[in-house]
Design a binder for this molecule. Structure first.
Ligand code: HEC
Ligand code: HEC
Length: 239
């Protein structure tokens, strides 16, 4: 077990990430234009389904912008979102709230609602903050990683400012800090599938608790600056 993570050296990480990036770039071309507001996916998001799935908007916000501890969905890749719904339904991504909701959706409905959220726009991420030094832990790990430990910079896969890349590397900027930390701990505990090529599980296993806290706070804080303006209009009328 341990050996397999330690053998993931810098070149092997980069080679695998590069391969995935190429796939991501090739497949991201299709979701640029937003789906119609009255699509099947939009109806699930705002009204739920007759067989018991609640409206996603109740927790994920009227425009998928996330509320409180509930994550953003808007603008995240469709393939990624659909895979998460399948993992919740199948129990490989363990979450008591999302499991029954995902199970209430048919595979077709999961695709529809994933396409809907992928097509919604997301505010531009704030630029990365320059790390003041290794003690500036969150910014340092996010933008530089810790190569002596084989830990790549998060930005290498999640893009500048944690804005996400293609459909396989989800955005991190603006997700609630507690949500981000919980995901990293879920990989360490085997409560979330390893994901494409096992990349993220390998990364998470290299993080210590203070790293997790610092990098989660860093990405949660990044979007706060840029999200304020574009989000204000969308959230105004929401109770
Ligand atoms: C009662 C609140 C609630 C409702 C309603 C809800 N969700 Fe969630 N959702 C959550 C929580 C909590 C999480 C975080 C789960 C975790 O920590 O793994 C989540 C996570 C997700 C994720 C994973 C996001 C990511 O970045 O990996 C997806 C996808 C998702 N929800 C889709 C949906 C869809 C589609 C619906 C509507 C059919 C929906 N949710 C309805 C609470 C809710
Ligand atoms: C080598 C590429 C790679 C690197 C480096 C990387 N990630 Fe990831 N990350 C991924 C992939 C791929 C996924 C999607 C996993 C899946 O589909 O289940 C992901 C998903 C995530 C998620 C889940 C997001 C959500 O919406 O639930 C979090 C949190 C995350 N990464 C945090 C980080 C942090 C923090 C770092 C830096 C310490 C980092 N990642 C570095 C590839 C990477």
């Amino acid at each position: 077990m341990k050996a397999s993570h330690e053998t993931m050296t810098r070149p092997s990480f980069l080679a695998r990430a590069t391969a995935l990036l190429l796939v991501a770039a090739a497949s991201s071309a299709g979701w640029a234009s937003p789906p119609p507001a009255d699509s099947a996916g939009a109806r699930i998001a705002t009204a739920g389904t007759p067989n018991g799935a609640p409206a996603c908007a109740g927790c994920h916000g009227a425009r998928g912008e996330g509320t409180g501890a509930f994550p953003h969905l808007a603008g995240t890749g469709a393939a990624y979102l659909r895979e998460q719904l399948e993992a919740f339904a199948g129990g490989t991504r363990k979450n008591e709230i999302m499991a029954p909701i995902a199970r209430a959706l048919s595979p077709e409905q999961r695709t529809q609602v994933a396409d809907h959220y992928a097509g919604l726009s997301r505010p531009a991420a704030a630029p990365d903050r320059e790390a003041r030094g290794p003690a500036d832990l969150g910014a340092w790990i996010a933008t530089r990683g810790r190569w002596d430990d084989g830990l790549p910079a998060c930005a290498q896969c999640h893009g500048p400012g944690g804005s996400g890349v293609g459909t396989s590397f989800p955005p991190l900027a603006g997700q609630p800090a507690a949500y981000l930390a919980q995901q990293l701990k879920a990989w360490q505990a085997g409560a979330r599938p390893a994901g494409p090529l096992g990349l993220m599980e390998a990364v998470a296993r290299k993080l210590k608790d203070p790293d997790i806290q610092a990098v989660s706070d860093y990405y949660a804080g990044l979007a706060a600056a840029s999200a304020a303006a574009p989000m204000a209009a969308g959230t105004k009328g929401t109770p």
